[in-house]
Write a protein that binds this ligand. Structure first.
Ligand SMILES: Cc1cc2nc3c(=O)[nH]c(=O)nc-3n(C[C@H](O)[C@H](O)[C@H](O)COP(=O)(O)OP(=O)(O)OC[C@H]3O[C@@H](n4cnc5c(N)ncnc54)[C@H](O)[C@@H]3O)c2cc1C
Length: 504
């Protein structure tokens, strides 16, 4: 059977995959492309996570696409609204017609002779059976996110099997979970835990957030007054652009301030929480992190909903180490017992690059940890491959947009040069830092070792700075000494036979 071929194959139909398709259609209109998506729906993260209250923890003015105004007045938006925004974009632009759902990519093999990737996927049919599917493409664009979809991270807890209640991970929320009137303990202190507490506290008997150590929490108005005002007097796209730049500028200012004067920013954040919770609350124990602001992501809460729930007595925070699960709840090392009917393990994600797919170049496996990231987009020594990894200190989409524009510029430059292959070459550059630096959450620390590394200077650095990236990815010339453009001679035998050969 003939193998289908596309100019570009996009892995994943989440926020970034739809972003990539939009830019391809706009900036490279003659390129053919397909999106392979392992799930049955568009939206990625915003479709997978279904826990109560799921919402963005960055503002939607920067989390929305640069090309499509976010017009809802809610700046911290419910997951469903974000899912609809992504899905509407795909439908209105005809991107959905390019998506093949239930296609999980297992591996991709590059052949220099063919200047093409052979992509091996499994297609899940209606009856649940899986069929192998093989496609080829000239350029592989991974928009597969950064974590494993099949299951989240749950540490080993002693005695968990003896617990008589239900244990649930937010990544696999059961649609039938009834928690009304139940005692709930949430293990964790990240964005998911602080979202779940007020949402569940509305009907649960009581919700306890059990954390090992505190996180920085910032209350933000759910609606942006300036953005709403601008929208009432300006065309939507103009109002969106202005408000977006306002927020980009503000976030960059706060981040830089936190890097330069961490104690000052820390005090400002903690003082705000004292104001919210009042003088009698033990803010030192429960809301004062041991690390500096932005060494882990700040958690935004809309209109202080977390603090309202705590003040109303519907929820509480306990800080301590778990000794073990008991039949009726959790015992802490301090001896304190937390009775629970339901325990939510908001203990994080398992990091995963390239959707878990194995990559090889001319028959040699790509060891990600031995590669250097080129502009945070491509990998040293790996031709015609790009991937999206967003910011840790700002909205994911800001960087996704830039990367998509960059990939289109690169493809157009290849066409102008008549080059079939582009490979970042690191030369004497050495790995000096992990892919993400100065960022300490557990899920990063657990697996960052296996990720590509950063070198010492640009273009081998991965910046967390929108202006710098805008210059590097959108405005600076694409061509430079670190990119090798080539057009290996085509093999004489049929392409599929050759590709199958190299991919073995
Ligand atoms: C609970 C939660 C809340 C978040 N909140 C924010 C926030 O407020 N702001 C922010 O900036 N970021 C946030 N993030 C980060 C978030 O992941 C990004 O905002 C964004 O959704 C990433 O989009 P993506 O398309 O790159 O990846 P994803 O949303 O992860 O989508 C990846 C897609 O690729 C598919 N895929 C993966 N592997 C394969 C494979 N092998 N074959 C085929 N398809 C595959 C997946 O099924 C999925 O559809 C949050 C993350 C989580 C988990």
């Amino acid at each position: 059977m003939a193998v289908e071929h596309f100019d570009v194959l996009i892995m994943g139909a989440g926020l970034s995959g739809i972003d990539a398709a939009h830019h391809l259609q706009t900036l490279c209109p003659r390129k053919t492309y397909v999106i392979l998506e392992q799930r049955e729906r568009i939206g990625g993260t915003w479709d997978l996570f279904r826990y109560p209250g799921i919402r963005s923890d960055s503002d939607m003015l920067t989390m929305g696409y640069g090309f499509r105004p976010w017009i809802s007045p809610k700046m911290i938006a419910p997951g469903e609204d974000i899912r609809n925004y992504i899905t509407d974009t795909a439908r209105e632009e005809g991107i959905d017609r390019h998506i093949r759902f239930r296609h999980r990519i297992l591996r991709a093999a590059w052949s220099s002779q063919q200047a093409a990737w052979t992509v091996y996927a499994l297609r899940r049919d209606d009856d649940g059976r899986e069929q192998p599917v093989t496609l080829t493409c000239n350029f592989l664009f991974s928009c597969a996110g950064y974590y494993r979809y099949s299951a989240g991270y749950r540490p080993e807890f002693a005695g968990i099997d003896s617990f008589r209640g239900r244990v649930i991970h937010p990544q696999a929320w059961p649609a039938d979970l009834d928690y009304a009137g139940k005692r709930v303990v949430i293990i964790g202190s990240g964005a998911t835990a602080v979202t779940l507490l007020p949402a569940m506290a509305r009907t649960a008997a009581h919700v306890t957030m059990l954390q090992r150590s505190p996180t920085y929490i910032v209350s933000m108005p759910e609606q942006d007054v300036i953005a709403n005002r601008l929208r009432s007097v300006l065309p939507a796209q103009w109002a969106y652009r202005l408000s977006r730049w306002k927020n980009i500028g503000f976030m960059m200012y706060v981040y830089q301030l936190a890097q330069r004067r961490p104690q000052f920013v820390k005090k400002g954040l903690i003082d705000k929480i004292r104001e919210e919770l009042g003088p009698d609350y033990d803010v030192d124990t429960h809301f004062t992190p041991a690390y500096n602001p932005w060494e882990q992501r700040l958690c935004l809460v809309p209109d202080g909903d977390l603090f309202q729930a705590i003040k109303a007595g519907q929820g509480s925070v306990v800080t301590g180490q778990i000794e073990r699960f008991t039949e009726t709840g959790i015992r802490l090392e301090s001896g304190q017992e937390l009775e629970a009917d339901i325990v939510i393990t908001a203990t994080g994600l398992v990091l995963q690059a390239f959707g878990g797919a194995d990559l090889s170049v001319d028959g040699r496996p790509v060891e990600l940890s031995k590669t250097l990231a080129y502009k945070g987009v491509m990998l040293s020594g790996v031709p015609n491959l790009a991937s999206v990894f967003g910011y840790i200190n700002a909205s994911w989409t800001l960087k996704a947009d830039l990367i998509c524009i960059y990939v289109c510029r690169l493809l157009n430059l290849m066409d102008r040069k008549g080059a079939r292959q582009v490979t970042p070459r690191s030369g004497a550059e050495k790995a000096v830092a992990p892919f993400v630096e100065k960022f300490t959450p557990g899920y990063m620390q657990r697996s960052l070792e296996q990720w590509p590394k950063q070198g010492s200077t640009a273009p081998w650095r991965v910046y967390q700075n929108y202006l710098r990236d805008a210059f590097s990815l959108k405005w600076a010339p694409v061509d430079n000494d670190a990119l090798e453009f080539s057009s290996p001679a085509k093999a004489s035998a049929g392409p599929v036979a050759e590709l199958a050969q190299t991919a073995k």
